[in-house]
Design a protein around this ligand. Structure first.
Ligand SMILES: [Zn+2]
Length: 318
């Protein structure tokens, strides 16, 4: 099956400074891995532009957007790297535009899967998004790509049940916050816990209309594939069956890989295949096969390259 691919060389222009783990090489390695494996020719490259500010504003406050814009302008003025938060979210003069382009790419994926042109799209984007809250950029994230993608899908295509599965090793506090009182977007996260950013306890289940529409599967440091599979079998698959999503969005971080330098979970490439297969099966059952997978973290370059490759290969299966 043809899988759509969202990528633009401009994503490399988001500079984070020396020694920062969220660096342009991450995407260079991913592209190189795909080209070497000949998967590259089987991917359908999507054409896209920067997202409109109105689209971002449905999720993020004007103050948030202006803040990112202003700090990037300051970086341009000083010809420097500037920080958006306490220290882990650096931006350069290009970062604002790159972040808008990343969102634009993810949105084009929605158009591609909803028009029926493609069933699956992988978005190789930077900067990542799942820590960005409605009013706060943080944790390497400027705008919440997955959240804006889900919101765009329901606004534009009138979807009522979208599921975001976030297997990045860190809890997606931003995505959770944005949809905490919402029953049209079900947020599921598997993550190391306790760990950065501190949220993601099992007791966080949503609120009001959204109560029961957030599922956190916290994992102790040292957990591996067995614990993840158990979470799928016991907690996640039953939700897939009950909720019957019309669209699956994966917040696809690959930092739960055992080689990753930022965390202590022991997944392998094969674990990502298994998790992808679960999503493929249930997307085929309920969502006409529709999956949009959006890159989040993953900081060991070799592990990232190999994991993304095999993840996309699995998305190609019927
Ligand atoms: Zn992460």
């Amino acid at each position: 099956m043809k899988v759509g691919f969202v990528y633009n060389d401009k994503f490399l222009l988001h500079q984070t400074g020396l020694y920062h783990p969220e660096r342009p090489e991450r995407l260079k390695f991913i592209i190189q891995g795909l080209q070497e494996s000949k998967l590259w020719q089987k991917l359908q490259q999507l054409v896209f532009d920067k997202a409109e500010l109105e689209t971002i504003q449905k999720i993020h406050s004007r103050a948030h957007i202006n803040f990112v814009k202003e700090v990037c302008a300051k970086a341009r003025y000083n010809n420097s790297i500037e920080l958006l938060d306490a220290g882990d979210t650096p931006v350069c003069m290009e970062s604002f535009d790159v972040a808008l382009l990343a969102v634009g790419g993810c949105i084009s994926a929605v158009d591609a899967v909803m028009s029926g042109v493609l069933k699956r799209v992988f978005c190789a984007v930077r900067p990542p998004g799942h820590h960005a809250e409605s009013n706060t950029p943080m944790g390497f994230c400027l705008f919440n790509n997955a959240a804006i993608t889900a919101d765009y899908a329901r606004e534009r295509y009138n979807l009522k049940r979208i599921l975001i599965l976030d297997w990045d090793v860190h809890h997606g506090n931003g995505t959770q916050e944005i949809f905490y009182e919402d029953d049209q977007v079900f947020y599921i996260s598997l993550h190391q816990y306790p760990f950065y950013p501190g949220t993601g306890a099992r007791s966080e289940r949503g609120k009001g209309k959204g109560e029961g529409f957030t599922l956190n599967c916290p994992m102790r440091a040292g957990s591996g594939e067995n614990e993840y599979i158990e979470a799928f079998e016991k907690d996640i698959i039953p939700i897939f069956s009950l909720y019957q999503p019309e669209l699956f969005i994966i917040s696809a971080g690959f930092d739960a890989h055992k080689s990753d330098p930022l965390a202590n979970i022991n997944l392998t490439e094969e674990s990502f295949v298994k998790m992808t297969e679960y999503v493929v099966n249930y997307a085929n059952k309920f969502a006409e096969g529709r999956i949009i997978s959006i890159l989040e973290g993953g900081y060991d370059l070799e592990a990232l390259k190999n994991s993304v490759k095999i993840h996309i290969e699995t998305l190609m299966k019927d």
